[in-house]
Design a protein around this ligand. Structure first.
Ligand SMILES: [Zn+2]
Length: 190
């Protein structure tokens, strides 16, 4: 069976992008483990798909384990299992070296252990064919920075205007000079 690679690389056609609604299943028993709405990317070197949330069908083993070799040597993790067939699916890092610190607490499921079911097209593709690059955030962050600076200037301006108007209000509520008061009383008597 021929599978199509799913990627969000800008050069790829839009039909293959991850705006697709996908469900991730255990390759051994087809149990639903997660979906594309709770999915944040893939890690090329580790060959995992990363999820902030998974379904209850993913069991997090209670005992901490240690990677004893490879890129993650010395990192502590919880093993993740399929609730139905007990296949080991991946890991959730508890402690990590700097290079993998961003994965801590997330669910890393091995691509090899998953299949993706694409809802609208009803196609199935192996997890190993999924390749989602993180989109560059630089442009977005620059725009946000500019907006923050603008907001800051506006807030400064507003608070100085507020201060001015408070000063003016204080001045206007100061007691009138005593001669003015007398005149006002006289006016009232007439
Ligand atoms: Zn399973």
């Amino acid at each position: 069976m021929e599978y199509q690679e799913i990627t969000n690389h800008p050069a790829e056609s839009s039909t293959k992008q991850l705006s697709l609604d996908m469900v991730f299943l255990c390759k051994s028993c087809n149990t639903v483990l997660g979906d594309s709405h709770s999915f944040c990317g893939t890690h090329d070197r580790l060959q995992v798909i990363i999820f902030p949330r998974v379904t209850d069908n993913v069991i997090v083993e209670t005992g901490l384990l240690l990677f004893m070799d490879g890129d993650m040597n010395g990192c502590a993790y919880y093993l993740l299992l399929c609730k139905n067939c007990k296949t080991s699916l991946g890991f959730s890092l508890y402690t990590a070296s700097r290079a993998f610190a961003c994965l801590r607490g997330l669910f890393c499921l091995e691509k090899e252990k998953l299949i993706c079911y694409i809802l609208k097209s009803t196609k199935i593709c192996p997890g190993s064919h999924l390749n989602i690059k993180q989109l560059p955030l630089t442009g977005h962050i620059m725009k946000l920075k500019k907006e923050l600076v603008n907001l800051h200037v506006q807030i400064e301006l507003l608070s100085s205007q507020l201060e001015e108007s408070e000063k003016a209000r204080e001045k206007s509520s100061e007691p009138l000079p005593s001669s003015w008061e007398k005149n006002a009383t006289l006016e009232a008597v007439k």
